[in-house]
Design a binder for this molecule. Structure first.
Ligand code: AMP
Ligand code: TRP
Length: 334
């Protein structure tokens, strides 16, 4: 079993969809928060590959992305000693539990999910999994009796549905599930596109020069920062409205080095943008080089296999117990 520090009592669980390589925006806005949370909570993190297939995927790309994402999270500071990290589809009890929950979830309630309405209206040829997706998410959560589910605001409705499903099940069949609370993760510092700094840095951007991906070539990263859009003033000062480019670079520095905005402004008083950009590039390159080095060490290593093998045993046992309990309560043969 994992040894959690004795001061850590509450538990969290979250799933991450394996959708391509992560960006500097994901790292600063989301992963760094998770790294902080692992000090406070017993934390379980899984790659939600079964959620990913609710929309069409290229099997080869998906397969690569799953392992790569586990390695990247570890390389970014998610500590396998402090977190249970696993791959959703390796624990078949999620799907088993999901079916039992589906048979206890009103069709009408699922029809009201805004993410389903959005996605199904964009492509009329959608599959049933897109509709039942929130029940699988409820299974992910309820299998583990966790205290909190940290998610972005777009997933809040799904966690509320999980709570409703759990409450109804408990009432009908007797106490079975802990009712988890949703924990809305505040958006961390929003990192903007380097070329068009009025837009968020996004995986799906069509101009790669504006987006830093964590596995980009180090020299390309440097070039992208040196080529970032700024303004004609030549004063390093934080003013997101009038100087979005420079302010974005300051935010990146603050997030990585822990310096304050004032400290950075002071450091570059009277200096030109070239010098400032070089500093930002050095800081980012140093951080990302460390991540890439760790990534390369583990991506094909047996260390990664052992972490996954050890964790899947732990979570399969927990989810299997929950499944057996549900079966019994529902009167299925056992
Ligand atoms: P996405 O890449 O949109 O699936 O987002 C995954 C997580 O990364 C979410 O928690 C986002 O809030 C966060 N995130 C994505 N892009 C950025 C960005 N440019 N700046 C800060 N956080 C981001
Ligand atoms: N649906 C979530 C998303 O798209 C991912 C997810 C799947 C999840 N299962 C979960 C998040 C359980 C929290 C808990 O981001």
């Amino acid at each position: 079993m994992k040894e959690f520090s004795s001061t850590v009592t509450k538990s969290i669980l979250t799933g991450i969809q394996p959708s391509g390589v992560i960006t500097l925006g994901n790292y600063i806005g989301a992963i760094k928060q998770m790294v902080r949370m692992q000090e406070e909570f017993k934390s379980t993190i899984f790659i939600a590959d079964m959620h990913a297939i609710t929309v069409p995927q290229d099997p080869n790309v998906l397969h690569e992305n799953i392992r790569s994402l586990v390695a990247l999270y570890i390389a970014c500071g998610i500590d396998p000693e402090k977190n249970i990290i696993f791959i959703q589809s390796e624990n078949e009890y999620h799907a088993n539990i999901s079916w039992l929950l589906e048979c206890n979830t009103p069709f009408g309630e699922l029809s009201r999910m805004t993410q389903f309405k959005d996605k199904s209206s964009k492509n009329v040829n959608f599959y049933a999994g897109l509709f039942t997706y929130p029940v699988l998410m409820a299974a992910d959560i309820l299998a583990y009796d966790v205290d909190y589910v940290p998610v972005g605001i777009d997933q809040k409705q799904h966690v509320e549905l999980a709570r409703n499903i759990a409450e109804r099940f408990n009432k009908k069949f007797g106490e079975t599930f802990k009712i988890p609370d949703v924990y809305i993760t505040k958006e961390g510092t929003k990192i903007m596109d380097l070329v068009t700094p009025d837009k968020k840095m996004s995986k799906s951007s069509d101009n790669p020069k504006g987006v830093i991906r964590i596995l980009d070539d180090i020299e390309d990263i440097r070039k992208k920062i040196m080529g970032a859009t700024t303004d004609s003033e030549c004063v390093v000062c934080f003013d997101p409205e009038n100087k979005p480019g420079i302010s974005n670079l300051i935010n990146i520095c603050v997030a990585i080095t822990g310096q304050s905005i004032d400290q950075i402004e002071e450091m570059f008083q009277g200096k030109n943008y070239g010098e400032f950009k070089k500093y930002v590039a050095d800081v980012v390159v140093e951080e990302i080089s460390g991540i890439q080095k760790r990534y390369r060490e583990i991506i094909n290593s047996s260390e990664l296999d052992s972490i996954l093998d050890e964790n899947i045993k732990i979570v399969r046992d927990i989810a299997r117990n929950k499944f057996m309990m549900m079966k019994e309560k529902m009167g299925l043969y056992k």
